[in-house]
Write a protein that binds this ligand. Structure first.
Ligand code: GLN
Length: 539
């Protein structure tokens, strides 16, 4: 039997209200009071995981240590809490149905009609409980994706209702996040959408315990009272969530609104101590009072949707803050870098980052960006596909291997300097089949990477099918592109660095996934430092 307490976070009125940030902020406050907390996300779509989704559809795919391809909200959870998530922290409708249908095929329900209620809802409840039953957590926060009232969210909402009934009000609470829009023409905040949304939830049998209201303006006592009255709540259970300058302000805003205290009261848990947030406040202080500034060009093909590179953008915020440096990011569409003016466009930056990605589109533009960074000695950071681009560029322009390529882009290339990993060649299934999750890596002493990490033993997360082709290792090394990070078990090249360059590091893994507020990623910190140094150049 689980002794953990459960908090469900639902959303209404519209999507994109920031349930992930509210969940992470609440978790942060509870953690800062001494509770062990985890957050899980339940998504109503039918993909088994978001790994097969285009970043334009769903933003970045966040990868956990244990190799799950998950929703980007898990990134927020880790960045706020500094505690790794796992496979169990992200469940989709697809995953639930997959399990139930597989069991049906195995004969587990012989003779029975398999139905949404109870079979699907039972499976959902089983997953609600999983992390709570691990004994590792005092409190499990579950974010339900989508909006209340969506057809596909219904089984989740029904499962929450049943779960609360079974576990009791002191063990399970629900927080509903809504929007209180400001109507310019009327000059007023409007409560009606919130009223409707709460009614919608009530019709599903769930009376929210707390309401968190997103708003552009402060909620007056009258507005709070009105919302409370129509939502059947005490006035102090209506929590204001005003637009913040940065998402990292939200824990402090929620503390001011006493969200954590209300939650603890409802769950009959002790307040324990005032939230210990000194390190958090220190970070915010530095973030808001930078003493210097750099501008980085982020070259990618999904730049129109910033969420596609969420973790990279956040990692720059963390790394900027420790360096007391404001990091501006200019998002540059790699396809545009094919034009003659590529040099003029990007040689002005203090640093160039070539982003992860898949497929041919924009690849040649990325190669151009690498060339400019290498030749003009602009600090360069290549991540995953970005690292692969740096290898291809070096092969073509330094080793004179004409038409060198990754076999992902050109299977006929005479110089397959990036090639599909052996283990990947026999795989035909798409979802969850890349090289995924954390792998160890040994760094060459005195390399830029080893200096940044301050150690030679690291572990980083991966998501790729192609790799540096080790048959070319010697040629590259002799010409000045050094493999400085190697997987000790497989011998795979995980990091390359160019010599005689202020800072040129390409990594096959995704360092951005491990950067958190309190442990900014060493490579991002190192890259920002190098950019800062470079920004002092004579122009
Ligand atoms: N497309 C490349 C591969 O599969 C890089 C993947 C990535 O950037 N995540 O190896």
């Amino acid at each position: 039997m689980s002794s953990a307490k459960y908090i469900f976070v639902t959303g209404g009125v519209t999507s994109s209200l920031g349930k992930g940030i509210i969940s992470a902020s609440l978790a942060k406050l509870l953690q800062a009071r001494g509770y062990s907390v985890t957050i899980q996300k339940f998504d109503p779509y039918i993909n088994v995981d978001p790994g097969t989704l285009n970043p334009y559809e769903h933003g970045e795919c966040y990868v956990t240590d244990d190799g799950a391809e998950t929703d980007l909200d898990l990134g927020h959870y880790e960045r706020f809490l500094g505690v790794p998530t796992s496979q169990a922290n992200n469940v989709t409708t697809g995953k639930i149905y997959y399990t139930v249908i597989t069991r049906e095929r195995e004969g587990a329900f012989l003779g029975k009609t398999v139905q949404v209620v109870p079979h699907i809802t039972d499976e959902i409840k089983k997953n609600f409980r999983k992390l709570g039953e691990s004994g590792q957590f005092d409190i499990v926060i579950t974010e339900i994706g989508g909006c209340v009232g969506d057809i596909e969210a219904l089984p989740f909402i029904e499962a929450v209702r049943q779960f609360k009934w079974e576990m009791g009000d002191n063990n399970v609470i629900t927080i509903h996040l809504t929007l209180v829009p400001y109507l310019k023409s009327a000059g007023e905040l409007k409560t009606k959408p919130t009223q409707h949304s709460v009614r919608n939830l009530s019709e599903s049998g769930i009376q929210p315990d707390l309401l968190v209201c997103r708003t552009e303006y402060h909620l007056s006592p009258e507005i709070r009272k009105k919302i409370a009255l129509f939502s059947n709540l005490q006035q102090n259970c209506v929590i204001e969530s005003i637009d913040a300058e940065t998402i990292y302000d939200v824990p402090l805003l929620m503390k001011k609104e006493k969200l954590d205290i209300r939650v603890l009261q409802k769950l009959k848990l002790e307040e324990r101590q005032e939230p210990q947030l000194d390190a958090w406040k220190d970070f915010l202080g530095k973030l808001k009072n930078p003493t210097s500034e750099v501008t980085i060009a982020l070259i990618g093909k999904y730049v129109e949707l910033k969420d596609a590179y969420k973790s990279i953008a956040e990692a720059f915020i963390h790394a900027g803050a420790v360096n007391e440096c404001k990091v501006n990011i200019d998002w540059i569409q790699s396809e545009k870098l094919l034009e003659d003016n590529a040099y003029e466009r990007i040689s002005i930056y203090d640093g160039i980052l070539v982003a992860p990605g898949f497929g041919e589109r924009g690849f040649e533009g990325k190669i151009n960006a690498v060339r400019i960074a290498r030749e003009s000695k602009i600090p360069f950071f290549g991540i995953c596909l970005g690292m692969q681009c740096s290898v291809v560029e070096f092969a073509r322009n330094v080793l004179n291997m004409n038409d060198a390529a990754s076999t992902e882009m050109n299977s006929e290339t005479p110089f397959p300097v990036i090639d599909m990993m052996e283990e990947q060649k026999k795989i035909t299934q798409k979802g969850g089949t890349m090289r995924l999750g954390a792998f160890p890596c040994e760094l060459q002493k005195d390399s830029k990477a080893a200096i940044a990490y301050g150690t030679t033993q690291i572990s980083e997360r991966h998501r790729h099918r192609y790799e540096f082709n080790s048959t070319y290792k010697e040629q590259f090394t002799k010409a000045g592109m050094i493999p400085t990070g190697i997987n000790p078990d497989s011998g795979l090249v995980e990091i390359v660095e160019v010599q005689n360059h202020p800072w040129f590091v390409g990594v096959q893994f995704h360092p951005e996934l491990k950067s958190t507020v309190q442990t900014p990623h060493p490579l991002f910190v190192g890259f920002v430092k190098a950019a800062l140094e470079y920004s002092k150049r004579e122009s």
